[in-house]
Design a protein around this ligand. Sequence first.
Ligand code: ZN
Ligand code: ZN
Length: 153
Amino acid sequence: MQYNVAQLLKESVGSKRNYEVDYSPEERGFNQPVSGKVEFIHTNRSILVRGTLTTETELVCSRCLISFKYPLTINLEEEFFSAIDVGSGIEVSIPNDVEGFTIDKHHILDLTEAVRQYTLLNTPMSPVCKPDCAGLCPQCGKNLNQCPCQCKI
Ligand SMILES: [Zn+2]
Ligand SMILES: [Zn+2]
């Protein structure tokens, strides 16, 4: 999920780019598929990225302990600041009173870390594989979704 924003940074404030994100985890080190649309806007201090992405993360059910795929929708809105001025090539210091991500020295804006953080924020604390998951039998440990056990509790 890397985008070269050198050209956008050279354009006037207010210039935009729209991208379709279609990331499959086989390509690189990030193990979630990500798809959706993002808009990059050149602001007077940064590139503002806005968009809605859908992804899927693997969680472990808090009741029956199986892992399952959990679909997530992320409403991304983040500022990305340049580490280097695109015109002069001089390093710029990122204002430290703002929250945001960094665009690297080659003007590559990478969405991976932002998606990772938004995924964590949107992941439930006690996920369940399905709303009516029966969980494990507290006596024999059998997964009660698969078949009832013989314990009478
Ligand atoms: Zn479960
Ligand atoms: Zn049992």
